[in-house]
Ligand binder design. Structure first.
Ligand code: SAM
Length: 294
């Protein structure tokens, strides 16, 4: 049952907060943060700063730290409080909790107990970058942070090569920006366009698009360009023209693939349907790769 401030008892509110500019927070988020019994926050000091920045007193609100190292035990406590009828807000240091940030585990456990979870939308760096990138595609794929080691990073990037017609979105730390872009260049080549969305909503906000082949020069032309927080977006690639294959041949291949190894399934499907073995094999490999990714 909602209280006067619109807060329901025993409810977890997942609240989006700013990614830089303190004013990028909704009226509803402020109302909820000021009315809940407890705020679960990645860092207590950060939460206090956010509240103080909006003239909300933190004195009557308990702030409970919830970060990647204590999420399990904090979730246990929060569930106990929710079951006692307390209203709790979850925030992270920036943007939307659970998106490359702690919070997803808590939400999963609260929902598993059939306790109410209410999203209160706010900023998100990936969507903020996408909205101002000027990139057009039917789909986008949000990857988040790539692995920190180059070999592993290149393998993950190579796995995204066949994600056609899709904008790829990554988060990256400033001290890895040069090596990350070097790996993107090695995997995708010089022609694919990259957009750097740096320090979004802050004083030195920069949004720059160039071919990957020019990206390292751009970053190195001014050391400031390597500082701050980054979202990287790779422009979509056009899918290579697929050779026509009859629906009957594809259906036969799919049925055989459920029972046989790929090579045998292709061989048999080609014999049954008269379709080219080479075409069937190429299509099956492409579909296998795409399935692994999605
Ligand atoms: N939960 C956040 C969200 O909803 O976007 C993301 C948190 S993640 C730990 C932090 C990463 O998000 C940074 O390393 C950076 O890649 C990206 N990021 C956050 N704020 C940003 C900003 N103002 N400008 C550009 N990227 C930002």
């Amino acid at each position: 049952m909602p209280t006067a401030a619109g807060i329901a008892k025993g409810t977890l509110y997942v609240v989006g907060t700013p990614i830089g500019n303190l004013r990028d927070i909704s009226l509803r988020a402020l109302e909820i943060l000021s009315a809940v019994d407890c705020i679960a926050a990645e860092h207590v000091q950060h939460a206090q700063k956010l509240l103080a920045g909006h003239m909300l007193s933190a004195s009557h609100t308990r702030i409970l730290p919830l970060h990647q190292h204590n999420e399990g035990s904090a979730a246990y406590k929060i569930i106990e409080w929710l079951e006692q009828g307390k209203a709790i807000a979850l925030i992270s240091d920036a943007g939307t909790p659970g998106v490359s940030d702690p919070g997803a585990l808590l939400v999963q456990q609260v929902r598993a107990r059939n306790l109410p979870v209410v999203p209160v939308p706010g900023a998100n760096a990936a969507l903020c970058a996408l909205s101002a990138s000027g990139l057009i595609a039917p789909h986008f794929f949000f990857y988040g942070f790539l692995p920190t080691k180059s070999g592993e990073r290149q393998r993950k990037l190579a796995g995204l090569k066949t994600l056609y017609a899709c904008i790829l979105i990554f988060y990256e730390a400033p001290h890895r920006i040069l090596e990350c872009v070097t790996d993107m260049l090695a995997v995708f080549g010089t022609g694919r366009e990259i957009t750097f969305a740096r320090e979004l909503t802050k004083l030195f906000e920069t949004i720059h698009t160039c071919p990957l082949g020019e990206a390292l020069d751009w970053l190195q032309a001014d050391e400031n360009r390597q500082r701050g927080e980054f979202v990287l977006l790779l422009a979509p690639l056009e899918a290579p023209q697929q050779e026509e294959i009859s629906p009957q041949a594809m259906q036969t291949l799919a049925t055989l693939q459920r029972e046989l190894p790929l090579k045998q399934a292709v061989q048999l499907a080609a014999e049954i349907t008269g379709e080219s073995r080479k075409k069937l094999y190429a299509r099956a490999l492409l579909e296998q790769k795409t399935k692994k990714l999605i």
